[in-house]
Design a protein around this ligand. Structure first.
Ligand code: NDP
Length: 459
């Protein structure tokens, strides 16, 4: 069998498994999801070592990624019943003789296509929530992290033996493409905007619904009153951690001019040495952005072009970079930070929003009201005040972006609903005295109903 040939049979098996899984109900699924969670938690060292080996990140960073993923899995397993389960809703005036109920039912089979940068946390953001909502999942991990994907599916098979509710299909982008053509009931795609466009074109052909978790060019806004030590620490972690390969990491910093130099000095002292990048292509993208920024008049405050080597990339801080340079407009996905001074927080907000991406942002100010007000003016799906990536560890918060950062939401109640279909059911309890939904409608009933209507809505 070629790699794409495995997709059809996997989806067919998943369809069978989905019937069993969907029929278990929330409690049956919850106990099995928690068994899978325990298996992952008990073997965190083994999984983190594999993630570290495949991605090049440290074992500790890999373990942190697994811990975050497990928090989400736990929340999804325990919350699905409450969020999705059948509930009565108000039936309103016109249908007061009906009982109205709302329930979120499984879609069936969800295809999950994942990236390599967080090969546990990111796909499980879709996989855990899709499973908790009652779907079977066929997961295509990145070709750079196949063994991590396989480990997760093997762990599932051990914890929940029997039906193949979670399967992995391995291979390159052609396998992902085959999954989008396979007739699954939804695709959850995480990756670049360029690939998302291809996936969406296929989904348009097959009318397959799609959630896209795309890249980002996230900004940090630092107000003059901010704790500069904390802001620099957060910028260093969000910008240089995982060699900058974080979708919601920090790529741009807009800082009020009066504290700009102090911040740069602090940030410079925190810049790490060379780090391994996961794919061989990534350093050349990083290099092209650094070169472009410098050619257009930006300054390298830490590192420079020489920091970007094929095997390892050192931290680069670029200052006063023109807003139309690649390092500002495109996702760099490397350990680089653009730090540009601004005259006001308003200017920072305007520049932060002047991006085709809109995933997340961070804001540093000691004024909590101002922090919230800034967040609300940002065109992003998330914001973290006085910290970076704060939202990533809160399972009850939805995650996702706007523009080239994608659409739809994973995580939280919205993430559970993303993998289900709302079904509205009414049950007539008695015949209405003013029954208007019949062909032989009584004109007097209509006149009375109109009177009531005017009384209710026309005043
Ligand atoms: P890609 O877009 O290159 O690939 C993503 C996935 O799509 C991979 O599994 C890939 O397979 C697969 N794929 C490739 N071609 C096709 C196709 N034609 N049809 C269907 N699937 C296909 O992204 P990366 O793996 O490079 O991941 C990095 C990107 O992901 C960055 O932009 C990053 O910001 C974003 N990201 C977003 C997150 C979010 O939650 N918003 C989280 C993490 C990352 P293969 O790898 O085998 O080619």
């Amino acid at each position: 069998m070629t790699t794409t040939d495995v997709v059809g049979p996997a989806v067919a098996q998943a369809r069978e498994a989905a019937r069993w899984w969907g029929g278990l109900g929330f409690n049956g699924r919850r106990s099995r999801l928690l068994a899978w969670k325990r298996h992952i938690a008990q073997h965190i060292g083994e999984l983190a070592a594999l993630v570290a080996e495949e991605t090049g990140k440290s074992q500790d960073d890999a373990a942190l990624e697994v811990m975050l993923a497990v928090e989400h899995l736990d929340w999804a397993a325990r919350s699905a019943g409450k969020v999705l389960g059948r509930r009565k809703v108000s039936s309103g005036m016109l249908a007061s003789n009906h009982v109205a109920t709302l329930e979120y039912l499984p879609l069936g089979v969800v295809g999950v296509i994942g990236p390599w940068n967080y090969p546990v946390y990111t796909p499980l953001g879709s996989v855990s929530y899709a499973l908790a909502a009652g779907n079977a999942v066929v997961f295509k991990p990145s070709e750079h992290t196949p063994r991590t994907g396989q480990w997760l599916a093997d762990a599932w098979a051990q914890a929940v033996p029997g039906e193949p509710v979670l399967q992995v299909v391995l291979g390159d982008g052609t396998v992902g493409a085959a999954l989008t053509w396979s007739g699954v009931d939804k695709i959850a795609f995480t990756g670049s905007a360029a690939t998302a466009r291809k996936v969406m074109a296929t989904c348009a052909e097959t009318l397959t619904p799609l959630v896209v978790e795309g890249g980002g060019k996230d900004a940090m806004i630092v107000a003059a009153d901010a704790d500069l030590e904390a802001a620099a620490q957060a910028a260093a972690f969000g910008g240089f951690g995982n060699a900058g390969q974080t979708c919601a990491g920090v790529e741009r910093v807009y800082i009020e001019r009066s504290v700009y130099q102090t911040f740069l000095d602090k940030l410079g002292s925190l810049a790490p040495g060379p780090q391994k990048m996961t794919t061989p292509e990534q350093p050349s993208i990083v290099r092209s952005h650094v070169e472009d920024a410098l050619a257009r008049g930006g300054r390298a405050v830490v590192g420079g072009i020489e920091s970007v080597q094929p095997a390892q990339v050192g931290a680069v801080v670029l200052a006063e970079v023109p807003e139309d340079s690649l390092a500002v407009t495109e996702e760099t996905f490397g350990p680089t930070l653009v730090v540009n001074p601004v005259d006001s927080v308003d200017e920072a907000i305007r520049l932060a929003n002047a991006s085709k991406y809109g995933l997340a942002a961070s804001i540093f100010t000691k004024d909590s009201h101002a922090g919230t007000a800034i967040a609300r003016r940002l065109r992003t799906g998330a914001a973290s005040i006085n910290a970076v990536l704060g939202f990533a560890g809160v399972p009850s918060l939805p995650f996702g972006g706007v523009g080239d950062s994608g659409f739809g939401r994973i995580h939280g109640a919205d993430g559970l609903r993303e993998f289900s279909r709302a079904q509205s059911v009414t049950r007539q309890r008695f015949h209405a005295p003013l029954d208007l939904m019949r062909l032989d409608r009584d004109p007097k009933a209509m006149a009375r109903a109109l009177k009531l209507f005017r009384f209710r809505h026309g005043r």
